[in-house]
Ligand binder design. Structure first.
Ligand SMILES: [Zn+2]
Length: 373
């Protein structure tokens, strides 16, 4: 008779654990092709076999590092706890998909394992490898064994999901909610003529994250950084006022649509190849973030809708130009407890540790809207 360890080692993860269940409910849902067609995407089997035959045992939580994959693991951990993301993604995978789109299903499998705390090896290795292989076909910047950046990966995943959803909506003529939509906000440029004071709006653009500039301060705060990002600059002879043809205008960036989840990124400069380093001191941030309402800022902005946000995820980065490490802090939806997720190491932490971490990307969830008349 086999002992438990041998059984786990010999189990074929594709057969034993490939059915996706809703977190907590245990109900099986249809995840494969409706026509019964087999999917052909296989993970890099060399990598997979190599990992499944090491001495690591089963773990309750955490995502193993498959070789320079900390930047991905941090993103998966935050995505799993992003309100409404997993549920919406799950709702989209019941549709037939082409080989190139199958990575969304694989992502869903990983998020379900994080949420149900069943990231057991070698099963989780299989799914992580499979997503790595499948997504590298979508975006070649994310091939195996290459260090990359968490924010670029997050953005590429969201753009990929948007593309897949657009195709599926067209193909099936159904209304499908796009999981990436919760991160999507909109900016537009406001121009004010320095002579006739007329205002015009131009260049609406979507964003999945806002890059916050550095502010000159002993203790920089994120409110100040965002204010700096949105504050006006004077342009001379770049843009002509369409009312009076005057050549000096003030340009401001305005948030046209506040996303459900506001992703803020602190300055990180790109170094040689795919290595990144922190550009500046981490600004001070809190658990609550009131859009632009903090302190003086509300008095300086237009009337309109603002949002109150609460922090639920942080991706931190340590290291310099030639090396670096990403890890995440995530507030669990079920327990409201903060956890440090450093690859396979997952540990409960106090919020104080989160607020003084080497934060690189902050994830804030909208909790209420308010208006300034
Ligand atoms: Zn004018």
């Amino acid at each position: 008779m086999k002992n438990e360890k041998e059984e786990e080692d010999s189990a074929d993860p594709k057969v034993s654990k490939s059915s996706l269940r809703s977190a907590g409910s245990g109900d099986a849902i249809a995840a494969g092709c409706s026509d019964g067609r087999q999917h052909h995407i296989e993970p890099n089997m060399f990598l997979f076999q190599h990992l499944t035959h090491d001495e690591h045992g089963a773990r309750e939580t955490g995502l193993p590092n498959l070789g320079l994959t900390c930047y991905r693991n941090s993103v998966y951990q935050v995505l799993a706890e992003s309100p409404n993301f997993f549920g919406t993604l799950k709702g989209t995978i019941e549709y037939d998909m082409t080989e190139k789109e199958e990575w969304t299903f694989t992502l869903c499998e990983i998020l379900w394992r994080i949420l149900s705390k069943s990231t057991l090896r070698p099963d989780i290795d299989y799914w992580l490898c499979r997503l790595q292989t499948a997504f590298a076909a979508v975006d070649t910047s994310f091939v195996e064994y290459r260090q990359n950046d968490s924010l670029s990966f997050f953005t590429s995943l969201m753009c990929g999901i948007t593309d897949v959803l657009q195709k599926r909506r067209k193909q099936y003529s159904v209304k499908l909610n796009d999981p990436s939509e919760i991160f999507r906000g909109q900016l537009h440029d406001k121009y004010t003529c320095c002579k006739c004071k007329q205002t015009e709006y131009h260049a609406t653009s979507d964003f999945f994250s806002l890059p916050l500039p550095t502010v000159e301060s002993q203790i920089p705060k994120i409110g100040d950084c965002l204010f700096q990002f949105l504050s006006a600059e004077t342009l001379k002879d770049v843009f002509l006022c369409s009312f009076c043809n005057h050549g000096i205008v003030e340009k401001e960036i305005k948030i046209k649509k506040y996303p459900e989840i506001l992703v803020l990124q602190f300055g990180m400069v790109s170094g040689r190849e795919n290595f990144f380093q922190r550009a500046h001191k981490v600004p001070k941030f809190g658990e609550d973030f009131n859009g632009l309402s903090n302190n003086i800022h509300l008095t300086k902005i237009d009337k309109g809708e603002f949002s109150k946000y609460t922090l639920y995820g942080v991706i931190a980065h340590t290291g310099g130009l030639t090396e670096g490490h990403y890890y995440a802090y995530v507030k669990r939806l079920d327990s409201e407890e903060w956890e440090l997720c450093d690859d396979s190491y997952v540990h409960r932490v106090d919020v104080k540790e989160v607020l003084c971490s080497e934060a690189y990307i902050l994830f804030y969830h909208k909790v209420e809207k308010f208006f300034k008349a």
